[in-house]
Design a protein around this ligand. Sequence first.
Ligand code: SF4
Length: 470
Amino acid sequence: MLAEIKGLNEECGVFAIWGHEKAAEMTYYGLHALQHRGQEGAGIVTTDGEKLNVHKGVGLINDVFSEGEVSRLTGHAAVGHVRYATQGGGGFENVQPLVFRSQTNSMALAHNGNLVNAHQLKSQLEAQGSILQTTSDTEVIAHLIKRSGNVPMEDAISSALGMIKGAYAFSILTEDQLFIGLDPRGLRPLSIGRLGDAYVVASETCAFDLIGATYEREVYPGELIIIDEDGFRTRQFTSPMERTLCSMEYVYFSRPDSDLNETNVHASRKTMGKQLATESPVEADVVTGVPDSSISAAIGFSEATGIPYELGLIKNRYVGRTFIQPSQELREQGVKMKLSAVRGIVDGKRVVMVDDSIVRGTTSRRIVRLLKEAGATEVHVRIASPPIQNPCYYGIDTSTKGELIAANHSLEDMREIIGADSLSFLSTEGLEASIVADRDRRQHGVCQACFTGNYPTEIYPDTVIPAYKE
Ligand code: SF4
């Protein structure tokens, strides 16, 4: 997993808790478990029943929070967020949770995903006199909620959700209520757990494990959950639709120890590797995975073929992030900085190099070269997902179509560009079967739009592709 140089990035991670005397501390730890989902900004907002307390900033959680700052965030409930800077850039004003204060009540909003009709809604809001202070989609949701006037908050949120389209998993904290919601297709992951009597919510279940919480269930597509002093209640703001959870969460983004929609990420990656071996076998001496996210698939490939799995590539763990710059030249150097081929393992061997995905192809070319420079006689590249040929509109930075190698080259051209002796991708059917198996697709279906171009929602001419902005 070489997110910074591969050009494939998650947008955000969301955490929330209600009914815990150390709400800020639990959120701080929960966000640590979600740090891989966003490193550009972090924030926590708590409520003590009367007012919202906020601390947030640009950078990693440890850069933003000291012990004193966490302990100053008093209260029994909290929402937290880690952010990757896509729409609107990485400035402080876009770091979440976004807080909106008014005379009647205040709210803090933390959101993961991307609205496909944000541009239209922003134009409507501005035409009606709203002044947008940030460039993020999250503020659009807040303005739509506020526009509903003097109605109960849950009705205002429900009505706002009826207007927005796209992918979103959010939590909203007011002085006395916590709201949790998921888009009608359930494109982004969101789970509910319990920590004693407290309720916890997180983008990934690895956050529950870190704080000792137990998993309860998924937030359902189109569900709005309300938690307050009267307890936990739920309503549907849309009629149920077939779930299309992002398959790239399984392929690449989520941590292997997380369960998404009740399927373990490591286990599904292993199945992808096994399926890939069945679809595209090859004669070789060793199988190696590109660390970290491809190791599970490589183990699966090895188990299915009987070719031994070896650590042919090692990640250099302590390379500073400041070395990674977006220019092509430095990206290429970045691979060398971040990965080493193990000569003692690959020298004189025919190597199967399993990777989770190919975006621009630059990283794959460098890794193939690293293996050959270390003595590999053949390098057979096996990709545990289908070719990415389309941009994502739902909160994942997959680059534009022009930058995607698979959108612009044939399989043979790609093989030649990356310098491999052979190249194969997992089929879309194989990917879906690895995640969904024989489970009910209405509950457990997946989005594969970046592979197939079949987007599960409307896409408008002015829908913006999330793309990294400095
Ligand atoms: S288009 Fe791809 S990256 Fe985006 S939500 Fe669908 S599967 Fe995930």
